[in-house]
Write a protein that binds this ligand. Structure first.
Ligand code: SAH
Length: 219
């Protein structure tokens, strides 16, 4: 009874969030469907679960945050995934973005530097019946060479520079999305690997927690 009531309560909130994302310009139906499929309230601490379907970042512990849904949606819409891609995510955090990615790509790899968060994300994913995410704890600025090349690499944290190992691990035609700037503010940068070069463009202003690692900020 209680479980059904909770599901109904969050179901309504989830539909309203999807309408809000649409109103904010997210037109990609596959992305909206992913938001409908993945219960965000399972990926936030119980203390803030009542806010799970607000278009807002929320604290997930260890000084980190789950990103705002419209930011996740923006990343996913830019990638235009077809369901066949191999994707690498840097900064598993809550695991929510990784969960969305399983709805849009063929294989999802995700690296988190804080072991406790990686474990928490693993449990949330399992609780939602999502078993396809291949996770690792470590410095994501170095990428995951054993599984490269990737069709898409998403960095969910702010970097002072474009991490070179990540561009090197892109497949031809693959794209890297990374917020680049200082700790106060960044621009989302897209790097596309062409047959013999890299093409770069600066997109929206963003504000993320820092990427800490060999090709990010110092700890
Ligand atoms: N997409 C995630 C974003 C979490 S915040 C979500 O919405 O839940 C960014 C995460 O990046 C944090 O959990 C932080 O610990 C992690 N992070 C920072 N530097 C990292 C690095 N070098 N390698 C892997 N993860 C890193």
């Amino acid at each position: 009874m209680v479980a059904a009531a909770v599901a109904r309560q969050f179901g309504g909130a989830r539909r309203r969030l999807i309408e809000e994302l649409e109103a904010k310009g997210v037109g990609d139906l596959a992305v909206l469907k992913a938001f409908d499929d993945v219960p965000r309230h399972h990926f936030v601490p119980t203390g803030v679960a009542h806010r799970a379907y607000e278009d807002a970042p929320l604290p997930i512990g260890h000084g980190q945050t789950i990103s705002q849904p419209s930011v996740h949606a923006r990343f996913l819409a830019l990638l235009r995934l077809t369901g066949r891609e191999r994707v690498l995510e840097i900064g598993t955090g809550s695991g929510f973005q990784a969960a969305l990615l399983t709805r849009l790509a063929a294989s999802v790899f995700s690296i988190e530097r804080i072991a406790a968060l990686a474990e928490q994300a693993r449990e949330c994913l399992r609780a939602c019946g999502i078993e396809q995410v291949i996770q690792r704890v470590g410095d994501g600025t170095l990428g995951w060479p054993e599984f490269a090349p990737f069709d898409a690499i998403l960095v969910g944290a702010a970097s002072p520079e474009i991490p070179v190992p990540l561009t090197e691990q892109l497949a031809v035609g693959g794209q890297l999305l990374v917020p680049v700037g200082d700790k106060q503010g960044q621009a989302l940068v897209r790097v596309v690997r062409t047959a013999d070069d890299f093409r770069q463009e600066r997109l929206d202003p963003m504000r993320f927690v820092p990427l800490i690692g060999a090709h990010g900020f110092e700890a």
